[in-house]
Every structure is written in C-alpha cells, then in structure tokens.
Design a protein around this ligand. Structure first.
Ligand code: ADP
Ligand code: MG
Length: 675
C-alpha cells in the first residue's frame, strides 16, 4: 500500500486490517436491479444499461460531454460537466454502457447528470448485493476503499470471540455474519434499518463495541481494587457529634449515599466512588462525614477543589464544623507563600492537621502527607485523569502499595447511560433528592435590548434587601477581555448606583482579595456581586436570591445549570435572569429553551448529551478513554445493559474469551486504559 494511501486511511482512523473490517458503510446504492430506461423511477438512483448512439463535446450553454444511449425502451442522455477528452473515444457509438444515477424525465427526454458508469465488454451479471458507500476522505475514492475493505474481509479472522453459550441467550447475530452483511447486504435488505443502524447486524457490532468498553473498564476497576488500602472502620462517634451540631437533618438520599461510602471505607482495598448529586443537593456534608470516619481511624483526609473560591469556602465550612470537634484543618491555597505555607506543609507532613484542603496545589511535589487515607475530589469533572492519579500516588504508604480511598463528587449530573459506560470503572452513588424547603428558581429570559430595565430591577431589589450575582459574559477567546468586561460592568454599576454596595470577583484576583470579597458577600456587606464565571462551581451563599447572566446564549447547558444553582439555596424564592443577544443560533435558542423549561440536572444533562454527544460532555476525562464509534448512548441503553452483564460474566467465567475480545476491539489502545 502506498504511503499516500496509508496517510489517507489514517485520516479515517484506520491503522490496521481490522480497522478496515470495522469501517462500515454510511449507506448503500442499489445496483442489483437493471431498469429499462423508460421505467427508471424518478427521484432516486437507478441502474440502466444500453448502447451509445452518439457522444460529443458540446459548448453551449457551457462545455460538456453529452452522450445519448438507448436500450429499446427509450433514449437516455448522460451529461458530464467534468470529463476527460479521452471519454469521447471511450464512449464511441456502439459501446455498451451501464450507468448508475438519478434519472430525470424532462421535456427534452430523460437524462442523468454525472452518472457513475462502466463500459461493458462482455455480458456482466449485475451485483448481487447492495453497493456500500463508505465514509471517506479526499483522494480516496469509493472504488479504492471498497477493494481495500474487500481484501481485508477476505483475509481477516472473523471468527466469533464469544462462545455460543454467551451468544445464544442474547439472540445476537454471529460476528462474521454481521460484518459481511453490513458490507454487502442482499438486494432485499431493509435499508432504513441499516442506515439508521438498528438492523440486527448493526446491533451485534454495537454490542461488541460496548462489551469491549465494559470489559476494559471493569478490568481497570479490578486492577485498582487489587491494591491495598487502610480499612477504616465505621465507629461514627465523630460523625454523630457533627450531626448533632448541624442546623438540619440529613435527607434520606444523603443517609443512603453516606452508608454506601462508609461501607466502602471499611474495606481493605481503595474505594473508587463517584458521588453524584444535583447542584445544591448537599454533597459537602456527606464528604465531611466520610472524612470523619477516616480521621477517627487515625488517617488524614485531602479535599481537592478546582477553584480557590471553592477551596476557601470548603475551608471555612470544614473549619467551623471540625473546629468544634477539636480538629485542625490545613489550607493549602495556591497563593500561600513563605512562613504560613511552610507551617501548613509541616503540619500536614507530621499528621498534626488531619485534614487539608486545596486546589491542585495539593498534589504538588512538596506536599507530603503523614498517612493519607481518603482523597475527596470535588467537582471532579474539572480535573483531568492525571491530576486525580497524582493525588492517589500520595498513597498511605506508597512503598507498600497501599492507596488512599477516593471519593469523587460531581454536580454535573451524568446521564445513566454515560455513567454506566464511561464511568464503569467507578462505583456510583446518587443523591436523588433535594433538602426540603427549596423552591425552584424562577427563570426569565430577556433580550439584551432590555439590559437597562434589568439593571434597574436588580438595583431596586438589592436596595430592598436582596443579594444578587451579576455574571459577566464568557469570552472564550480571551481571559483578558473577559476580565475587562467584568471591570467595566463593575465600574458602570458603581457609578450608576453609588448608594449600592457592589463587589467584584474574578479569577485573576489574589487569593486573599477573593476571599475577602466572598466573605463580604456572605456577610451581606456586599449586595451585588459582579463576577466572571469563576463562581460557576460550588459557591454556596444561601442568602443570595437573584442572578443575572449576561450573554447566556454563549454558555453551555451544564454551565447555565451550574450558575443558576448558585441561587435557590435557601428557603427564599429565587430568580435567575438570562440576558441574551439576538439573533440566536438554533442551538442557542434550544439551549435557552431547555434551561428555561427544566430544573432537574439529570434531565438537563440528557438534553446536553443529545445536543453535544458524549465527548464534549465528559470534558477532561475524555483523554485516554476511547469514545464509542458505533453505539449511540441515547438510544442503545438496552445493549449497554446487556453488554455490562455479559462483561461481568466473561470476567468471571471465561477470561480467554474476554482477552480475545479486547484484543480484537481495542488492540494497543487497551494499554491506555491501564491508568
Ligand atoms: P452541593 O451538593 O451543590 O455541593 P452543598 O453541599 O454546597 O451542595 O449544599 C448546599 C446547601 O444545602 C448548603 O448550604 C448546605 O449547608 C445545605 N444542606 C445540605 N444538606 C442539607 C439538608 N439535609 N437539609 C438542609 N440543608 C442542607
Ligand atoms: Mg459542592
């Protein structure tokens, strides 16, 4: 194969013979049936055959090759606007030609523009199967691709990786049968089912793909489970003392997930649990109670969050809760320098501080734990796989292979199918209930042209005692521009309403300043907080009941949902105003409609999955995890469930089959999953 061809194949993601086998058609042409010219159905491609009666280059109205052919039923004009002069000779009168294209029966007779055609030397049988049309790239024609794939099909091992005992109850097509059918379906194949990928042959391929994914995820789950971890027995003394001090009772859902975590922590292998719960469902307190179980057993806890504002808030909350219990919380802010930093590091290293909170600064080289037993990762989707790994490496006693337990938290709800597939290496707990007394946030849409009106409304509300966030637009291309806009908005507000206490918070602010502003907002000294999207995650100021989001049309669904989740955290009624700029793109319009109509994070996530697909939704985590090519998680839930069960079965009963299947589907890519 030439270098150029290899490069083109690489563009299509084809690197091996088996990749060719799995390069499946987008659609099919039907060249299995010859139509008489006069009977060729209009409006859809058909195959006709006849004898050339005349073939010339014409110059009016523009240069073109015009060829008339007939088959006894009628005459057909073949018209080409791009052609080689040699074609005139090739299509000399008397030549037998088979042409495939759409026939138009017009006023001047029937014609076909740019048909695919073939000169017939002898009698040639028509194709016995539908002609596959593959996704391709420039420079690689369908014919070339077809012959490459044909050869790959002929000399690849297409035998089934799955034993009959597994296949039979699933009522799935055999692998060879499925693949051959998809490449060369018989003339009577149901084309809609094929093209919509719902045919049993497609289901087999999708099943195999999902099975490979499940196998590799479950394997990496097992591999991690084989590491040791401190068994942290659940005594519950500290937890009980904290609960007595809380101004609220845990919800049923919080108690349920806490029990799951407590059980995991008591095991001698590392917990790998994802705690999901919508914005405001109360994950922090669950993490705090889990931390106490760890501390009670003499081990340390690390709490990592993606922004300094969030770390600061966790610090305050935990310090208040744990201070009463006589426990010291160390705060490892990124901005911390000099002596305070050295002291904090030392107290963590000596084990004097049983709990440390910080941003990714926590997993820097110099941070040493005395004996880390639990790592809590808040808003885990903001961290990459590698960052989470680094924290795990701070293991309890790394030289003995023991690892800390991991609790990951996420307020970006992941639809069940996504969680079951891309997070199959984790155990998942879900808080599916909100603390009582919350009223849903009223969402209102305003066009940018009414900005002044909105500003006045917010001013009046703040003067009357409310607290509000004013979220400045996201400017993708430039942090600096985003900052500038925030500054201008802030100054504008200050100037227009000198009597109003306005604050400004953004990512570039020094840690101390950020902390001071947030505290002032928390205390109610600041009534209106102008902010960039740094407040998107985690911020918890229950007294704030108003939010304005500028240029809401630029934001994604989950971002809007997260932002809106900053209000509606107390008992008061809250309102979120979405300012948008016309004209709206159709997607932006749909997003605004969804956010307007929905409050449930899981529901919104399902829409998000539909609009953006899994790659975008998974964000950072996507690195290293091969995405699905064939299965569609928004429609193939049943296959996913079957594949999951089958994976468990194979790993239990038939490791050889599991290995063969993984080798076929993932090959070297499997290595990537070994993290
Ligand atoms: P998230 O799940 O988004 O991280 P938080 O942990 O910040 O949510 O909790 C949101 C708010 O709800 C906090 O002010 C918290 O103190 C409060 N809260 C948590 N659990 C309960 C509960 N069971 N009843 C009432 N309020 C609660
Ligand atoms: Mg949170």
């Amino acid at each position: 194969m030439s270098k150029a061809t290899l490069a083109r194949l690489a563009k299509l993601g084809i690197a091996s013979k088996f990749d060719l086998v799995l390069h499946l058609p987008l659609r099919y042409d039907d060249e299995t049936h010859l139509y008489p010219i006069a009977a060729a159905p209009p409006g859809k491609p058909a195959l006709v055959e006849g004898e050339v009666v005349e073939c010339d280059i014409k110059y009016r109205p523009r240069r073109q090759l015009v060829c008339h052919m007939q088959d006894g039923s009628g005459v057909l004009t073949l018209r080409f606007f791009n052609f080689y002069t040699s074609q005139v000779k090739q299509l000399a009168p008397g030549t037998r030609v088979r042409a495939f294209g759409e026939v138009r029966h017009g006023f001047f007779g029937s014609e076909m523009v740019h048909p695919r055609y073939r000169v017939l030397r002898a009698d040639a049988p028509v194709s016995e199967s539908l002609t596959p049309v593959y996704p391709t790239t420039s420079g690689l024609g369908q014919d070339a691709l077809r012959s490459l794939i044909g050869r790959a099909l002929a000399d690849s091992d297409l035998s089934d990786t799955l034993p009959p005992a597994v296949l039979a109850p699933l009522k799935l097509t055999g692998f060879r049968e499925a693949v051959l059918y998809l490449h060369h379906p018989p003339p009577d194949a149901p084309r809609p089912a094929l093209e919509e990928r719902q045919h049993p042959a497609w289901r087999r391929v999708k099943f195999d793909e999902l099975l490979a994914q499940q196998l590799s995820m479950r394997l990496s789950h097992r591999r991690r489970r084989s590491a040791g971890a401190p068994a942290l027995a659940s005594r519950g003394t500290l937890a009980r003392r904290l609960m007595e001090r809380l101004p609220f009772k845990l919800t049923r859902a919080q108690r349920k997930v806490l029990a799951e975590i407590q059980r995991d922590l008591a095991q001698p292998y590392p917990m790998q649990r994802l705690l999901q719960g919508d914005v405001g469902s109360g994950k922090t307190v669950v993490a705090a109670l889990a931390a106490l179980q760890c501390i009670e057993n003499g081990y340390q806890v690390a709490v990592m969050a993606p922004t300094e504002i969030l770390v600061e808030q966790h610090y305050r909350k935990l310090a208040a809760w744990f201070g009463d219990l006589g426990l010291e919380v160390a705060w490892l802010a990124g901005g911390l320098r000099g002596k305070p930093r050295r002291q904090a590091l030392e107290r963590v290293a000596k084990g004097e501080a049983p709990i440390a909170v910080g941003t990714h600064a926590l997993f820097q080289e110099e941070v040493r734990f005395h004996n880390l037993g639990l790592a809590v990762i808040d808003e885990q989707h903001r961290f990459g796989v590698h960052q989470r790994l680094a924290l795990r490496m701070k293991g309890t006693r790394p030289n003995q292979g023991a690892q800390p337990h991991q609790l990951m938290m996420s307020a970006t709800p992941i639809p069940r199918t996504l969680a079951m597939s891309y997070y199959a290496d984790l155990d998942v707990s879900v808080i599916d209930e909100m603390p009582p007394g919350r009223t849903p946030v009223a969402t209102r849409l305003f066009s940018e042209s009414r900005r002044d009106e909105v500003i006045r409304g917010i001013r009046d509300a703040c003067m009357a005692g409310s607290q509000a966030y004013w979220v400045c637009p996201l400017i993708e291309e430039s942090d600096a521009l985003q900052l500038k806009t925030a500054l201008e908005t802030f100054q504008g507000m200050q100037k227009t309403f000198p009597e109003l206490k306005v604050g400004l918070v953004h990512g570039r602010l020094k840690s101390d300043d950020k902390a001071r502003v947030m505290q002032a907002f928390q205390d109610g000294a600041i009534r209106l907080l102008v902010a960039t999207t740094v407040i998107e995650v985690g911020v918890d100021v229950p007294s704030a009941t108003l939010m304005v989001i500028e240029h809401a049309e630029r934001m994604g669904l989950s971002q809007l949902h997260q932002l809106r989740g900053r209000v509606g955290r107390g008992a008061g009624e809250s309102t979120c105003i979405l300012l948008y700029q016309n004209p709206l793109t159709p997607t932006a319009r749909e997003r605004l409609k969804i956010i307007f109509e929905n409050h449930d994070g899981f529901e919104i996530a399902r829409h998000d999955l539909r609009l953006r697909g899994p790659g975008e939704l998974l964000g950072a985590r996507q690195s290293g995890v091969p995405l699905l090519r064939f299965a569609d998680l928004s429609i193939d839930l049943d296959l996913l469930e079957t594949a999951r069960a089958a994976a468990e079965g194979l790993l239990r009963d038939d490791m050889d089959a599991a290995r063969a299947h993984l080798a076929r589907w993932l090959g070297e890519r499997h290595e990537l999953l070994k993290v």
